[in-house]
Design a protein around this ligand. Structure first.
Ligand SMILES: Cc1cc2nc3c(=O)[nH]c(=O)nc-3n(C[C@H](O)[C@H](O)[C@H](O)COP(=O)(O)OP(=O)(O)OC[C@H]3O[C@@H](n4cnc5c(N)ncnc54)[C@H](O)[C@@H]3O)c2cc1C
Length: 337
């Protein structure tokens, strides 16, 4: 256990917040032991994966536990599927690459998402037409009240768009210890419809793509569009894409004929990046904080010296201007501490 510990290397925004106490754990037993110890001191506790979806607006006056459990196992499920289990502390992208090396299909569209495997169910990570719920089998969690290990299947996780039980009723009640995915060993489903995957494959001269080719295309697209947190602090998309009633969308369409929308029943999902851009935020910098020049949805620590509070205030200004212009309330995707 370390005291007064800088979290700067442990969050991709690069915010220099301090944890009163910090500990790194490698096994469920270590986790239970440290939880029993801290119980006697009634400390607030924060669990940390790769720190790529978190904004520290102040020092954390409690115990930060970095989850570093490691290990990957594979077992057969049926003729063309296997179950692959990865411990919470495995890096997500390295895990995806591991699966692709073994020619296991299902995660290729989720290449290059930062963070750890254990956090992937929290917001049902998604990109390029795939969400983890599409290949999720179950996860093992530690119930923080009973300190018992429980299994959560697909239904119990209640996955939604960037959402799960772990962000709703289960918030703060469980630590995810490992996640199991069902992946294909043959007859892989190749998904190229979303975003620029098709045109990137064309650029690469590939006509019949493999899962490895799809991953390569996704990596190329992401590298050309998103800032690398190692160079410029950020947490990817800062806001969720809002879903509004169809009637409200049709009304907005009269005023803003170019407004993009993806209908889903009586609702329409509107790209938050477009709304933010229309309010003039793309590339705009205030002090140490900016909206990214290529993707307005990404807020960056432009000088490397931003405080979490500055980033939070910048995001509030964006929320206010989108509300004023479109009457739509943006919701932050990033976990604000
Ligand atoms: C450049 C960039 C691009 C991104 N692109 C995408 C994208 O395309 N799609 C997408 O969905 N996300 C994206 N993200 C967001 C982020 O990568 C994901 O949300 C990722 O799953 C966060 O993982 P993490 O381990 O870094 O989480 P952390 O930031 O460490 O934690 C996030 C939250 O989960 C809690 N937590 C962490 N681990 C556990 C656990 N094991 N059990 C319980 N609670 C836990 C933390 O307390 C915190 O509240 C992007 C981020 C960046 C920086």
């Amino acid at each position: 256990m370390q005291e007064n510990f800088s979290l700067k290397p442990y969050n991709t925004f690069g915010i220099d917040a301090k944890a009163k106490y910090f500990a790194e754990i490698n096994s469920p037993d270590q986790l239970i032991e440290i939880l029993r110890l801290s119980e006697t001191q009634t400390l607030p506790i924060l669990f940390l994966g790769g720190g790529s979806n978190i904004l520290f607006t102040k020092d954390f006056d409690g115990l930060v536990i970095k989850l570093s459990l490691k290990g990957i196992t594979i077992q057969p499920l049926n003729e063309d599927k296997v179950l692959v289990t990865a411990k919470a502390g495995e890096n997500w992208h390295e895990f995806v690459m591991f699966c692709l090396e073994k020619n296991l299909g299902g995660l290729e569209n989720l290449s290059l998402i930062p963070g750890n495997v254990g956090t992937s169910p929290m917001q049902n990570i998604g990109a390029y037409g795939t969400e983890i719920k599409d290949v999720f089998y179950n996860c093992k969690v530690l119930n923080l009240e009973t300190l018992e290990i429980e299994a959560f299947d697909l239904e119990k996780c209640r996955f939604g768009y960037r959402d799960s039980i772990f962000k709703q009723d289960g918030k703060g009640k469980y630590v995810i210890l490992e996640v199991t995915f069902q992946l294909t060993t043959k007859n892989h489903q190749i998904k190229t419809e979303y975003g620029a995957i098709k045109s990137e494959l064309e650029n690469l001269g590939i006509e019949n793509p493999t899962i490895q080719d799809v991953s390569k295309a996704v990596i190329n697209i992401r590298q050309s569009k998103l800032p690398d947190p190692k160079q410029t602090g950020n947490a990817g998309s800062f806001f969720k894409n809002p879903t509004i009633p169809l009637a409200q969308f049709e009304e907005l369409k009269l005023k803003f004929p170019n407004i993009p929308g993806y209908p889903n029943g009586d609702f329409v999902k509107v790209p938050a990046g477009w709304l933010i851009e229309q309010c003039g935020w793309k590339g705009k910098q205030i002090g140490n904080v900016a909206s990214h020049t290529l993707q307005a949805l990404v807020i960056v620590n432009a000088t490397g010296n931003a405080t979490g509070q500055e980033i939070f205030d910048f995001s509030t200004e964006i929320i206010n201007s989108v509300q004023e212009k479109f009457g739509i309330e943006l919701e932050r995707e990033v976990n604000v501490i």
